[in-house]
Design a protein around this ligand. Structure first.
Ligand SMILES: [Zn+2]
Length: 266
């Protein structure tokens, strides 16, 4: 596991967006986006990140009045700025599993209008309030219903990542790998329940993005996080800070927690 790689972090993390809104209500939304991107990048670098896989929800910005061309151009500039100081920033667009098909199709269309922005791929997640420890994700259709989406991504040569949290059924992990061809599994907490699935993930070579603080928020106590079992089975893991502001964490803290978990279990 590389301690300079934040494999799973959300840009908007509502607190960051709220802070930018509270401090200067008069900013137009494109300027606010750029401010959020700037502080995000600074925070990640302070936390030791040299490689960042950032998740961005284009619908969040569209609803705030930032159209895709503005979002795309701001992202491209920040990817270039990061690169100029030796930091690799990969952009993943998120779609919600509980969104309507027309919304998902709309986000997918952005991929063909990505211009010079080197998109890594798309991430399927669920609507969920990270700030509320009691929140559970919205009801959502079976993951197998996203097969059409996975096929479209393949045509665009874009990768697919899936969020599988504590509330998701174990079969979602099998569906993600076997039916949708996902190469990243966020959290992967249902993996704790099945040796067969652990072997499936290890054999697939997919990367499991581990965020112990987020898992804890979903009811998995730190000392029972199964990462050591996954590593012993040959699962590829990478640390992710997920929602650093809402969770009061950052990449450095998550890496430290993971190292402690692995050491304690040996
Ligand atoms: Zn996440």
């Amino acid at each position: 596991m590389r301690d300079t790689w934040d494999s799973h972090v959300h840009l908007e993390s509502s607190l960051r967006l709220r802070a930018a809104t509270d401090t200067d209500d008069a900013l137009n939304e494109t300027v606010r986006l750029r401010k959020v991107l700037q502080t995000f990048l600074e925070e990640e670098i302070r936390a030791g990140a040299r490689e960042i896989d950032v998740r961005i929800n284009p619908l969040t910005w569209w609803r705030r009045g930032v159209a895709w061309p503005e979002l795309r151009d701001a992202l491209r500039e920040h990817v270039a700025e990061a690169s100029s100081i030796g930091v690799t920033m990969r952009v993943w667009l998120t779609v919600k599993r509980d969104a309507s098909r027309s919304q998902v199709s709309g986000v997918l269309r952005l991929a063909s209008d990505r211009g010079d922005l080197a998109l890594a791929g798309f991430d399927i997640s669920s609507s969920y309030s990270i700030e509320d420890a009691m929140s559970i994700p919205a009801a959502r259709p079976p993951l197998s219903g996203m097969r059409w989406f996975a096929e479209e991504l393949r045509r665009e040569s874009l990768a697919l990542a899936i969020h599988c949290g504590a509330y998701d059924p174990p079969r979602d992990i099998a569906t993600a790998l076997e039916s949708l061809g996902a190469v990243r599994i966020g959290h992967a907490l249902p993996l704790a329940r099945s040796d067969r699935l652990i072997r499936l993930v290890a054999d697939s070579g997919a990367i499991v993005e581990v965020s112990p603080s987020a898992a804890c928020r979903q009811g998995v106590p730190l000392d029972s996080h199964p990462i050591r079992v996954w590593l012993d089975a040959g699962v590829r893991v990478a640390a992710g800070s997920d929602h650093p502001l809402a969770l009061g964490t950052d990449l450095r803290s998550e890496v430290e927690i993971i190292r402690r978990l692995v050491a304690a279990a040996s």
